[in-house]
Design a protein around this ligand. Sequence first.
Ligand SMILES: [Zn+2]
Length: 249
Amino acid sequence: MRKIKRLEDTMVKYTQLINVPSKECNEPLIKIVNIPNGYLPEMQDMKRVTGNDILVRKDVYNRLLKAQRTLLKINQNYSLYVVYGYRSLKIQILRFLKRLAIVNQKYYANPVDLYESVHRSVAVPSVAGHPTGGAVDLYIIDNRTGKQIDFGSPIYDYSTLKYYVFSGEITNKQKGDRMILRKVMMGAGFAPFDGEWWHFSYGDREWAFYYKKPCAIYNQITYPFSISQKLAPSLSQGRRRSSGSVGLY
Ligand SMILES: [Zn+2]
């Protein structure tokens, strides 16, 4: 347990993100085309909004291309495969509430601890990166087979803690491949999230916090056209609710 706590202590926390300022740069969302991509069967929720297209901010796309080029230099049989980018705020809130509902809330002494716990797998909507178009979920495939290489835990598998980047329960080869993904993404300017080996972001609050930037450059955005300043209700609103469960509404 102590080892797991040590791993969790190094992850960027919800409470570290709430005070990171954000200044929207008005970059458009664009569709990923020249990098293999596609929504996974278990992650179809954005299809209602964007069809089969996975969208990211323009500079995020350029940086993904850079990461892909670096990856090919490291191993010509490897390719990035993007499975998720922009997520509407509404879907982020639904996902967060779903996760909140299955966590044993009685275990947590206060709402902040509860939110921190849920945040490690589903970001608190008010600070989440996917609704900015700056965050991506991705893995590496072997070009010869088209299949995902083995990272030690399937993407989005929260049944064990092997999805923590620095899990001690995976092989050296799996660790090595996680580090290759991390190296090419960080080399292209993305911030990693140590709580999920597949999640990286650029321009959002997590990126700003990780690299000690003065502010995030992407606010949460409403697809297709308008940039939204309106964020999900904050923790303080949740705490104002009287007794019992923590509510977002
Ligand atoms: Zn993600």
